[in-house]
Design a protein around this ligand. Structure first.
Ligand SMILES: *Cc1c(COP(=O)(O)O)cnc(C)c1O
Length: 376
């Protein structure tokens, strides 16, 4: 992703966010380094408590990325060689990669208008090898979890949620990450709660599951009752860095405010762009009481998408085209046997507009007017 100050409206607000929090962040970095607390110290524990309490689960385990959160969750659930896991192609590739990394087989199905898994297509994808469903709550909107959980229960399938884009999002009042056996978060800088590098976490209500993830992130090591280190399995070096946890603890306080602001911006985009017939907007923040979306991304379906993107670039508005080729159509991944018409159509239409709390009213209006100008 290009970060160019020449843009009137850059796609991300990393520098601005830092400017606003500079004093607090500098203070905790210095404090953490002065204490010499670098690996699995109190800041990680505090972060895990913050996250579990925010999501409403009993446990949270910090790891070094959202991808490892997914891989460890699949492993902790006992999913491995030959097992099938149902998910979508219309996601960040990590959701699919994690399934392949544990030796399982991704079964990809289509999404609906709101970019999330089409729950009506799950049943026909189930075989006797199916072990789990991995719903991805894309762009900050939760999947239709009542129906999905019902299908999972009826068919004895585990549910592992990819919540990397959905921290704080809700469906029927229930938080993303609290439906399945585990929720897998990412704190990559571009996520709604982003740190100064890579970070992730698994949330769960299951004590054994949490313990398994703790072992997997730290080479299977645990102190026994005599204080001796036992190695219970072959694990990895994938702990959440203590310094990153300290930074995340600072930012956590602002999360509710940031979510509110993102929803406000989405509302402004919705009002400003709803009568442009060449684009389809995501569902507006208050359009359906079942959903509480947090607008990790603001994604349009646009006619003449590539031209729009170039036009906006010339106007100084930076946009993102995330999946110009659908994941299952990437020739090297061996997934091209899947036939997903809507996902393939989306690859030609989706474009993300800038959305982050630091955007000014002036910038938002400028984006709206620039999009309108293109289609005039
Ligand atoms: C960001 C993301 C991931 C991976 O998280 P990392 O921390 O980058 O490994 C997984 N799934 C989705 C949907 C994501 O957006």
């Amino acid at each position: 992703m290009e970060y160019n100050m020449k843009y009137k409206v850059p796609f991300v607000g990393y520098k601005l966010q830092y400017k606003n929090l500079k004093n607090e962040i500098s203070r905790v970095i210095e404090d953490t380094l002065n204490r010499g607390d670098l690996i699995l110290r109190k800041d990680v524990e505090e972060f895990e408590r913050n996250l579990a309490s925010f999501v409403g689960t009993k446990y949270a385990v910090g790891v070094n990325s959202g991808t490892d959160a997914l891989i460890f969750s699949l492993k902790a659930a006992g999913i491995g060689s030959g097992d099938e896991v149902i998910t979508v192609s219309h996601t960040f590739v990590a959701s699919i990669a994690a399934i392949c990394h544990v030796g399982a087989i991704p079964i990809l199905i289509d999404v609906r208008e709101d970019f999330n898994i089409d729950v009506n297509k799950i049943k026909e994808a189930i075989t006797e090898k199916t072990k789990a469903i991995l719903p991805v709550h894309l762009n900050g909107r939760v999947c239709e979890m009542d129906k999905l959980m019902e299908i999972a229960q009826k068919n004895n399938l585990l549910v592992i949620e990819d919540t990397a884009q959905a921290l704080g999002a809700k469906f029927q009042g229930k938080t993303a990450g609290s439906f399945g056996i585990a929720g897998c978060f990412s704190f990559y800088p571009a996520k709604i709660l982003g740190t100064a590098g890579d970070a992730g976490a698994v949330v769960t209500d299951d004590e054994n599951f949490a313990e398994k993830v703790r072992l997997l992130r730290n080479h299977g090591q645990r102190k026994n009752s005599e204080g001796k280190i036992e190695i219970l399995l072959f694990g990895e070096t994938s702990r959440l860095d203590n310094l990153q946890a300290a930074i995340l603890n600072v930012k956590f306080k602002y999360l509710p405010k940031w979510i509110k602001r993102r929803r406000e911006i989405a509302e402004i985009y919705d009002k400003g762009l709803s009568n442009v017939s060449e684009i389809k907007l995501p569902p507006a923040p208050n359009s359906d009481p079942k959903y509480f979306d947090i607008f990790q991304n603001y994604v349009l379906k646009a006619e003449r998408r590539d031209e729009l993107s170039n036009f906006l670039k010339e106007k100084g508005v930076e946009t993102l085209i995330k999946d110009p080729i659908a994941n299952h159509k990437q020739p090297r991944l061996g997934l091209s046997h899947f036939n997903l018409p809507y996902t393939e159509k989306l690859a030609e239409m989706v474009i993300s507009l800038p959305i982050y709390p630091e955007l000014t009213q002036e910038q938002i209006d400028y984006v709206i007017n620039s999009v309108k100008e293109f289609y005039q």
